[in-house]
Design a protein around this ligand. Structure first.
Ligand code: HEC
Length: 137
């Protein structure tokens, strides 16, 4: 009989180990998320030269020129919208995928540049802040 009792005990331990692992997990930084979710297309430095770039129907944007192309101001709201996905796909040619895990992180108040604090997923904020650091000008 003893071996049969072992099995449920073992699975309880395994499950609690998973829960602990999740609690102790550190949130990835903006740079880490960029490397994981964006650099394949946009390139490590955001210049649009990722390894997948040549396989795409549309060339990935050079993300180091976002501020420059927006008269010197980082277009935070447009960047957020692009990642969030609600501006993409309207005409059916969206190349960028859906970034679910980034959008499921905790909400933090964030001012996208219009002076209004909007609850925004933390990892989205971190990616936008990381992109700001990549701006050529
Ligand atoms: C599958 C390839 C792919 C991935 C992955 C990808 N992008 Fe893109 N991205 C593109 C392409 C292609 C464009 C240009 C066409 C378009 O606007 O849809 C683009 C455009 C953009 C733009 C608009 C730039 C502009 O000048 O308007 C932003 C901002 C952007 N990407 C940010 C990101 C971020 C941040 C990530 C990671 C969370 C990411 N992208 C992941 C392919 C990708």
């Amino acid at each position: 009989m003893a071996p049969i009792r072992f099995i449920p005990l073992f699975s309880v331990l395994a499950v609690s180990a998973c829960v602990f692992a999740q609690v102790g997990e550190k949130l990835p930084s903006g740079a880490e998320d960029f490397a994981d979710y964006c650099s394949a297309c946009h390139g490590e430095g955001g210049k649009g030269d990722g390894e997948m770039a040549s396989t795409l129907a549309k060339k990935p944007a050079d993300l180091t020129g976002l501020s420059d192309r927006n008269k010197g101001t980082f277009p935070t709201t447009q960047v957020m919208a692009k990642i969030w996905g609600y501006t993409g796909g309207k005409n059916g040619d969206a190349v960028m995928p859906n970034f679910g895990p980034l959008l499921e992180s905790d909400l933090v108040p964030y001012d996208g540049g219009d002076g209004i604090m909007t609850p925004t997923p933390l990892r989205l904020v971190q990616i936008a802040e990381h992109l700001k650091t990549l701006q050529a000008k």
